[in-house]
Write a new protein. Sequence first.
Length: 122
Amino acid sequence: MAALGLQRFCSKKWHLVRVVIVVITMLNWRFCTVYTRPLRSTLLVSRVTALRHTVNSMIRAAPRAFEVFSFFAIITIAYSLIGVSLFHGVYVWPSNNSTTGTDYIIEFTGAFDTFGQAGIAM
């Protein structure tokens, strides 16, 4: 800040980000919490010019990538719902040591029993 001067230093967004992160980290150190550890990577990005350019490119590309991710989410949700409706409780097979055939074991640990499990399985 002393090298650039206060006005020129504050004109750059990344410099202000760095100051905010350093202040938050100092408060974090004072109160001994671990919730601000993800800010360390942001501090690195604010220091390295090549990483700043990469992050700026990613931010500019985010609206176009949002369409692709939303389409992926819609497809995943649709197939998860189909999987729950078709395969809920299907993966039950008779055990090998059963003489009557009524003892059942679960081969597939119920990945399609709930929507959340089906989404993760998909």
